[in-house]
Every structure is written in C-alpha cells, then in structure tokens.
Design a protein around this ligand. Structure first.
Ligand code: ASP
Ligand code: MG
Length: 422
C-alpha cells in the first residue's frame, strides 16, 4: 500500500518545522511512502527576485542570492551539529548551479531561466530533508523529480507527458519503495533534453497527484498550516468553517475560482483514479482535516474566495458595431497567445469585459495585441470576490459601501469586482 505525503513551504520553513515533519513521518509508519517537498518558506519568491535582478541586469543579484544561501545555511546548522556531514557539501554544490548561470549574460528566455534558477529551491529543501530523515533513522532515498515528471519545454508551466511519466515512475520508483521511503521535489520536472521545467506556482500539490496516480497510491495527504479546507481565508475572516468532506467536483470548482488551498490541476488525476486527497494540519496530525473524495455529499456552506490585484479590462469594437463571435474569438486568441486567463467575463452589446491577474510581464504584450482590433480600457488594483453557494445578505455585507465595477451571478456562484479599499 503506497501513500504520498506533500509538505508545503510553510511547513518546512524552519528547523522546528522539519523536526515536526520527521515526527509525523516516523510516528505514523507506512508500508510505502513517497514524500514530496516544496521550497522552504518563501524561497520561491526570493529566487524569483534573484532571477528578476539577473534578467534586468540589476546590481543586487548576488546579494539577493546570498540571502537565500544564508537562510538555508542557518537551517542546516540547526539540524546537523557535525559540520563534516555530507549535507553541507551537497547543498553548497546545488547552489553552484545558480552561480554558473549568473556568471553568463542572460541571453536565454526569461521562462527558461526562471525554471533553471527557481527549481533550486525544491532541490535544496528536499536534499536537506532527505539527509535529516536518514540522520534520524528514517531511511529514505532522495529522488530527482526531473528524471520522472517528464514535461514538454513550455517553461514555467510545463505540460506533463503522462505516458512517459507514468512509465518511468511505475517501472523505476515502485521498486525503490519496496525497501525504503522516497523523498522528492514538488513543482519541478524535466524535458527529454534534460532541461529543468516547473509546473506553475504552487505546483507541488500537482506533483504529489502525479506521483500518486502513477504509483496507484492509496491516498495523498497534503500537510498544511491550516486545519483543512476552509470556507474562507482565515487570514481575512475570523469565523471560518472547515469542510470535513468535499467532493472532487466541489474542490475543482473552488480551485477554479482561486481558492489557494490546493493547486487547480491536482484534483483531476486523483478523481480519475479515485484516490482520496487529505488536507491535514501539520501541527495537529491527529486531527482529521478535510477529505476530498468521490462522494454525494453536497457542500452548502457559502465559500468565499478573494483574489486581489485584479485588472478589469474591456475591449470595445472600434466602430461600435455589435460584438460578434469572431470578435470574441479574436480576443480569446490574444489571451491564449499571452498566456492570460480571464477570471470572470461579461459580454455587452459592443464590448467584452473581464478580470485578469495583475502580471507586469504579460500585460503590456496583451494590451498591444488587443489594441490592434479594439479600443481597450482598464482599471487596475481591483478585488474579485467569488462566493460559491452564495447568500445574498452575506454578499451584501461583504460589498457594503464599496464601488462595484462588475457583477455576475449564476445559480450557485456569485462574482463581484470591487475597488480595493485603500
Ligand atoms: N515552491 C513553489 C511555490 O511556492 C511550489 C509550491 O510550493 O507548491 O510556488
Ligand atoms: Mg507553497
């Protein structure tokens, strides 16, 4: 019986977190266990900053990288008293990969460089944890996910080649699991030419689902710093409720609208293979958390999902003629070519309006494409509130006294775009 555990960045952000991981892994012995690890704490953001500085030829690139190195060095010191332990060299050598890139001028594409640099966060975190588990007597093998999660070369959002991936994992990793646990990375994959790819921000959950699917695992458990899946972000709302059970369908809907508790692509492969997904609290492993599974139980609790830094963009036909299917397909082609997703859409007589995430690197390109055929207007700094199983009074309360820019309700789901409060 194989199980997959995934530990996110917040769970392994410091030495205490890593010790807690060891406690969880060793106190619930498993027949076969594969552990997926994210980058520690905010490392992914910090490495993005290194990349941006390098790419934009800033002067503080090295300094930014040193902060990341120091953070990991301090952590290792707390875990391994013996400074001759191989982890010290292993981590130093892994960071050298970034040093080598930074020595050259940034002539490769931003996306390619992103994946080569940012992936190091997962490589170092999984190495530290693998060493530490072995040090504590939890015998495991470190596995390089880039040799198993095979993707195309769409850098920053690699598309998984399921046939190749499934063959590699089932033929090679299942055997390893017969004798020891496996520790590997979330978020990263590899191309057939051995370049590193990433699967999109917060993609480690998806990695866990891929490994679980290919190993025909019994379940996946994602360990988080929340009690389970809640009906709203506890950082924004005080009286949140936890779901004990959610159907795959409901979970997919929630992630589609921006619930960040699970990566959107995670659920589908698990649903196809009927593998339950547990979301459990890292600090209280004995609690039941939330189980996402095949069930007829319908969630009726209103769920609030808030996305900030939204841009409301509207495209109007240049001659004010009615907007037609061919206009709409042109707009969607521009969106697809710019890799921008609309979070909400409304079509009027002469214009189409929608909400997109604020992304400085994609936005100017998108605007210039759209402006070839449309008059384009936009408003930045907005908030998109989505409420599943909405209740009108609750929605009214949330939007009270604020300027509503766009609103749309279906039977189950209400969406409102607001001016963000100062
Ligand atoms: N470390 C990556 C990120 O922060 C992937 C993940 O944590 O799931 O986006
Ligand atoms: Mg994370």
């Amino acid at each position: 019986m194989t199980e997959v555990y995934k530990f996110g960045g917040a769970s392994v952000k410091d030495a205490d977190g890593i010790k807690n991981l060891v406690k969880i892994v060793s106190s619930i012995p498993k027949d076969k266990l594969l552990i997926v690890i994210s980058a520690m704490g905010k490392t992914t953001n910090s490495l993005e900053a290194v990349l941006n500085a390098y790419y934009d030829k800033g002067t503080d690139t090295q300094e930014l990288l040193n902060v990341v190195k120091m953070y990991h060095a301090t952590l290792i010191k707390e875990l391994f008293a013996d400074e001759t332990h191989p982890v010290y060299d292993d981590i130093a050598n892994t960071f050298v990969e970034i040093d080598w890139i930074l020595e050259e001028e940034p002539y490769d594409s931003y996306e390619y460089l992103y994946d080569q640099i940012v992936s190091v966060g997962e490589l170092v975190s999984s190495k530290i944890i693998s060493h530490y588990l072995n040090h504590c007597g939890v015998i495991n093998q470190w596995v390089d996910a880039r040799s198993y999660i095979m993707t195309d070369n769409t850098y920053t959002r690699g598309k998984v080649d399921w046939d190749k991936t499934s063959k590699k994992i089932s033929e090679q990793l299942a055997q390893v699991l017969d004798s020891k646990y496996i520790v590997t990375q979330g978020f990263i994959g590899g191309t057939s030419e051995n370049f590193t790819t990433t699967l999109g921000r917060e993609g480690s959950d998806y990695s866990a689902a891929i490994f679980a699917t290919c190993l025909k695992a019994e379940s996946v458990t994602v360990w988080k710093d929340v009690p389970g899946v809640l009906n709203a972000d506890p950082k924004l709302f005080s009286n949140t409720k936890k779901y004990d059970v959610l159907s795959y369908r409901e979970a997919i809907e929630m992630t589609y609208y921006g619930a960040t508790v699970i990566h959107p692509k995670t659920i589908k492969p698990l649903q196809n293979n009927n593998i339950p997904l547990f979301v459990k609290p890292f600090h209280s492993p004995e609690e039941s958390g939330t189980c996402i599974m095949d069930t007829d139980i319908v969630a009726t609790e209103p769920a609030v999902i808030i996305k900030n830094r939204q841009i409301l963009i509207s495209m109007t036909t240049k001659d004010l003629s009615f907007i037609t299917e061919s206009h709409i397909s042109m707009i969607y082609k521009n969106l697809a070519d710019s890799a921008v997703k609309m979070n909400m859409v409304q079509v009027g007589a002469t214009s189409l309006s929608g909400c997109i995430d604020h992304d400085e690197r994609k936005f100017p390109g998108l605007i210039s494409l759209l402006e070839q055929n449309f008059m384009v207007k936009y408003n930045d700094g907005l908030l998109l509130i989505t409420m599943r199983h909405f209740q009108r009074d609750l929605l009214a309360e949330l939007t009270k006294g604020q300027t509503i820019m766009l609103e749309q309700n279906s039977r189950n789901t209400a969406q409102v775009v607001l001016k963000q409060k100062e």
